[in-house]
Design a protein around this ligand. Structure first.
Ligand code: NAD
Length: 591
């Protein structure tokens, strides 16, 4: 055994001999801790995992190896027949025995590493050697074979469409079955251009990956397809049931694999946890933070025998938001609180922010009871730039980079234009507009700099597109939020960060009892607040429905979301009947 350093920081390297090949194995972290074994895909080497491995190394014994014929591992001779799943299983067992002889390992596979992983997790001879399996972007060939068969034998229009769609995504698989040509392409122009292509098409950052062995890896790896795909898809094993708990992470924008492929997976996997994320195929490079969190939680849960709290979350979209960090401003009341709860129900970690300390703490406490694995209350005035900077620093160091930011804090201001003082204007713009600007600038910048996607939701209002003589300042602030959201959406689209503007109509919250009525004395203001509250109470549209719309907006990456029928109606009118909307704007408010 020789120990040298490889280009994964801090890794120790050793060689494992098995079945006529020598496998290059790298290890990080304390070998006494649970072992997480990362298997790479095609056309990669173990370095595809470097970012994830470094993030896991302080908690686990992390092991990576170059699959036979890849990276620094030697290739079988002859190549044909040297890459069967049976031989790859021998390799896996040899590595597992070398690095963790007494304890089963937690297996993680991407792409062909995952295809192999499914084999390891479903054949009898590995039983007792695997504690859990996290699969990403690589189906079981047996499950895939059955999936195709069931669609061929009962081709409803929907199922036939799924078959055709996946067939089109698999074009490269047919190419790789051609003799010699793929090898020539990889050793020639394709090998040279591949890193740039990955950067352009997949947003994979350059640096340390792919490694210099790429052309050789890709040429050898073509045998993974040739030795296994046709044979397995044609005659899938009937008993390919997983004997370990499986976490399936599905990137939703994978150009090679349709998420529909996994529709019937519960049939094969009795203990299945599903995760989804809006990303393309190469998530070990583009989403290492998220993967490290999900792998850690899954491994911990299976070590302790207690399911991860976010994995058992039952709320809508739990697959998408489990374990993610969500920050909501104005979270002590109304729409903000309901939104924090909805994300908590989906298993997200919550930062509940408000200028009302007690209310924020209460939201955090309730979020934990509802299903958030962690939740914190934080006090800040969103209009205070420095305080927001300080909060962002604290959140980044103590809780992590925010995955979903909801700029929701806002205040009401009613009254005619000439009754509205400059001071009134300043107050409403400071909170409703500057609060959102600060949030987007400060937290949005962290999100963009991390380079691993995210989402920003800004709470605007139907008042953003519906003029009214009663709300000139409030409406102006919300129109600005709407336009800011649209502009930012355009700017951040290329970085995988979505931006949504939510436009609620009349929602039954506290806002009516704190709205300032410009031009009214204290007693008159109290009367108007009471009257408006009664009106909103009669309308009785619950903030929970706005919260659901917010989660949906993130999942579907919607640009502008009018909530409540009147908000939707006004939105349509603003586009198709603006004159009518203007006529309505002239009416005296019913107060
Ligand atoms: P709400 O009064 O129930 O909640 C607003 C929360 O924001 C409160 O907890 C408050 O303490 C907090 N907040 C206010 N100013 C803040 C500041 N400077 N810094 C930090 N926190 C601050 O009201 P809501 O109806 O839930 O309002 C939420 C958002 O929805 C607001 O932006 C509002 O303009 C918008 N909205 C509400 C309605 C509605 O009918 N309720 C309609 C359209 C839009």
């Amino acid at each position: 055994m020789s120990v040298t350093s490889v280009n994964i920081e801090g890794a120790r390297e050793r060689w494992v001999r098995t079945g006529g090949v020598e496998l290059c194995v790298a290890e990080l972290g304390d070998a006494a801790r649970p072992t997480v074994l990362l298997v790479h895909g095609y056309p990669d080497s173990k370095e595809v995992w470097s970012e994830v491995a470094e993030r896991l190394a302080d908690r686990f014994h992390v092991v990576l190896y170059d699959v036979r014929g890849h990276g620094r591992s030697t290739a079988p001779a002859p190549l044909r027949g040297g890459f069967t799943l049976e031989k790859l299983t021998d390799d896996f067992l040899a590595v597992a025995d070398a690095v963790s002889p007494d304890r089963p390992v937690h297996l993680v596979g991407h792409d062909w590493g995952s295809v192999q992983g499914w084999e390891f997790a479903t054949v009898e001879r590995t039983e007792g050697r695997i504690a859990s399996f996290t699969s990403m972007s690589g189906p079981s060939l047996d499950h895939f074979g059955h999936w195709i068969k069931s669609r061929m034998s009962r081709p409803t229009p929907r199922r036939a469409a799924q078959l055709i769609s996946q067939g089109a995504k698999s074009w490269y698989v047919y190419m790789l079955h051609m003799p010699v040509l793929p090898e020539l392409a990889w050793r020639g122009p394709l090998g040279k251009r591949w890193p740039k292509m990955l950067q352009r098409l997949e947003n994979v950052p350059l640096g340390g990956y792919p490694t210099a062995s790429l052309p050789q890896d890709a040429a050898h790896g073509a045998w993974l397809y040739r030795d296994n795909v046709r044979a397995r898809l044609g005659r899938p094993r009937p008993d390919a049931y997983a004997h370990v708990p499986v976490q399936l992470i599905t990137p939703l924008d994978d150009v090679f694999l349709s998420p529909k492929l996994y529709a019937e997976l519960e049939h094969w996997v009795p203990r299945l946890t599903r995760r989804t994320l809006p990303a393309k195929h190469w998530i070990p490079r583009t989403r290492p933070d998220q993967l490290a969190i999900w792998i850690s939680e899954f491994v911990r849960a299976n070590e302790d025998g207690i399911p991860a709290k976010d994995a058992v979350a039952t709320g809508p979209h739990a697959d998408r938001f489990g374990g993610r960090l969500v920050l909501v401003t104005g979270a002590a009341s109304g729409i903000g609180r309901a939104t924090a709860f909805a994300f908590a129900e989906a298993g997200a970690r919550i930062v509940a922010v408000d200028r009302d300390a007690e209310g924020a703490a209460r939201t955090a406490e309730m979020s934990r009871l509802i299903g958030a694995p962690e939740a914190w209350g934080e006090v800040v005035d969103v209009s205070d730039e420095q305080a927001m900077e300080k909060l962002a620093e604290k959140v980044a160091t103590e809780y992590g980079i925010v995955d979903v930011l909801v700029n929701n804090a806002g205040i009401g201001l009613s009254g005619s234009f000439f009754d509205t003082t400059a001071e009134d204007w300043k107050k409403v713009l400071d909170v409703n507009l500057w609060g959102v600007i600060h949030g987007c600038r400060i937290f949005g910048k962290q999100m963009a700099e991390r380079g691993q996607g995210g989402h920003i939701v800004n709470t605007a209002s139907a008042a953003a597109y519906q003029p009214s003589r009663a709300l000139p300042a409030y409406s102006t602030s919300k129109a600005a939020v709407l336009m800011l959201s649209e502009c930012l959406r355009a700017e951040l689209a290329g970085q995988g960060i979505g931006v949504s503007a939510i436009c609620p109509g009349l929602v039954n919250t506290n806002i009516t009892s704190t709205t300032h009525f410009a031009g009214a004395d204290a007693a008159e203001e109290k009367r108007l607040q009471k009257k408006t509250s009664r009106l909103y109470g009669m309308r009785n549209f619950p903030p929970e429905k706005v919260a659901s719309a917010i989660l949906r907006a993130v999942v579907k990456n919607q640009a502008v979301v009018p909530v409540t029928p009147e908000a939707r109606g006004a939105h349509l009118m603003s586009r198709f009947a603006p004159r009518t909307l203007r006529a309505i704007a002239r009416l005296e408010p019913p107060l």
